[in-house]
Design a binder for this molecule. Structure first.
Ligand code: AMP
Length: 395
């Protein structure tokens, strides 16, 4: 696996695919600069080597050239974060971009205009990728968030740098973290899967059963498993067409010696609302007219025990409707348990969508080992897929 450390960038122009797809407010100000900060170590290393950086990214989903999606809006923010002046060019390919890249001096940064102003980016156009490749000497991919897309700048462009291509620091860290859980994790390895539906997590479960010792299940998908075992789930979320599948998963887990931990109690509500009347119920005896929206106190304690005994932890998906404060307690208590285990030496990876939002919202970001920056890319990695952006550097 080639990383930045395999290259000396002195007098070299690094063509870096970053993920600067940041949220903007109505005044086109960056409202969350996490992704820019995440790319900083890569940029700094190259500049410190005596190289220059040509940054390319997409922003939003423009249809052709739309000024509201211009990367010009983020120039000031990038300058502020990196601490170096950022030159901006209003296209990512063509004569102007080539001249700007050619004139770039060591220590300088050039930001190209939104890649997705060209349809060829998403189509993985080879001619377009070749045009991009003319801008730099070494291709660096540091955009985990788009590594699952076979786009021109994330995948196709790599073929024009057969020897001179590598992962940036962020992407390398993402790959290492996934490997630590899926390949080299110290046992016991525990995966916590929550979220709404079983159907969206099936491929993940199938892939990870060979790699884990404990599977904790929470969130809305709990109830499909409970109903599959004959429990009464009232009006809780359920996928009736997945009952057999849920039963099969439990059998498979047993055959592979994976201990499955399902909730034993639930916080139930009479409507899907933060203001609903609530009660605590056994998870398999929920009355009609009530639905389970969070795990109950016995489950919190049960899950915490499993987690605190684990050496490697993967968390994907909230354990309840954490967006509503009255049903966030289970997810918060899980965060505490993972933070404690991490403090005691476990490796913990939080990845994929809503669990990342929960970790940030409840202040656990710095208390777990790693929080993945890529939603879809993380999910596909957990499903066991080889991401095209990663394969393009490895090949
Ligand atoms: P996912 O994208 O599959 O990870 O699902 C995340 C969503 O699952 C969040 O919006 C949660 O509110 C929702 N969720 C978690 N627990 C429950 C539950 N018991 N009933 C309904 N939705 C839930």
């Amino acid at each position: 696996m080639k990383t930045l450390n395999d290259f000396n960038f002195e007098n070299k122009k690094a063509l870096i695919r970053v993920d600067f797809n940041v949220p903007l407010n109505n005044d086109f100000e960056v409202t969350d600069d996490t992704r820019i900060n995440s790319a900083k170590p890569t940029i700094i290393k190259i500049l410190e080597d005596g190289g220059s950086c040509i940054l390319m990214s997409h922003l939003g989903r423009p249809k052709g050239e739309q000024s509201e999606f211009s990367l010009q809006h983020i120039v000031k923010k990038v300058e502020e974060i990196i601490g170096v002046e950022v030159k901006f060019i209003g296209n990512c390919v063509g004569g102007e971009a080539e001249t700007a890249a050619a004139n770039l001096q060591p220590g300088q940064i050039l930001l190209l205009e939104n890649l997705r102003f060209h349809e060829e980016e998403k189509q993985g156009g080879e001619t377009f990728a070749k045009q991009l490749s003319k801008l730099g000497d070494i291709y660096v991919n540091d955009a985990f968030g788009t590594a699952h897309r076979a786009h021109a700048s994330t995948t196709v462009v790599a073929k024009f740098f057969p020897e001179n291509k590598c992962f940036g620091k962020l992407l390398a860290k993402e790959i290492e973290s996934i490997d630590k859980v899926m390949q080299t994790g110290e046992k016991p390895v525990t995966a916590i899967l929550g979220g709404a539906k079983v159907s969206s997590k099936i491929t993940i479960i199938d892939n990870i059963l060979d790699k884990i010792d404990h599977l904790i299940i929470g969130g809305g998908m709990t109830f499909t498993f409970i109903k599959a075992q004959g429990g009464q789930i009232g009006d809780s979320l359920v996928e009736d067409d997945k009952l057999e599948l849920a039963a099969t998963i439990l059998e498979k887990a047993k055959a592979k010696n994976v201990s499955v931990h399902l909730p034993v109690d639930a916080i139930i509500a009479d409507t899907f609302s933060n203001d609903a009347h609530t009660n605590t119920s056994k998870v398999d005896a929920i009355p009609e007219g009530w639905m389970g929206l969070d795990i109950g106190p016995h489950t919190e304690a049960l899950f915490a025990k499993v987690i605190e005994d684990s050496k490697t932890i993967l968390w994907n998906g909230p354990l309840g409707v954490f967006e509503m404060p009255n049903f966030a307690k289970g997810t918060i208590s899980l965060g505490h348990a993972i933070a404690n285990a991490t403090e005691n030496g476990a490796f913990s990876l939080v990845g994929g969508g809503d669990s990342v939002a929960a970790v940030k919202q409840f202040g656990f970001e710095d208390k777990v080992s790693y929080v993945s920056t890529g939603g879809g890319a993380m999910l596909e990695s957990l499903e066991g897929k080889t991401l095209p952006g990663i394969a393009a550097i490895l090949n």
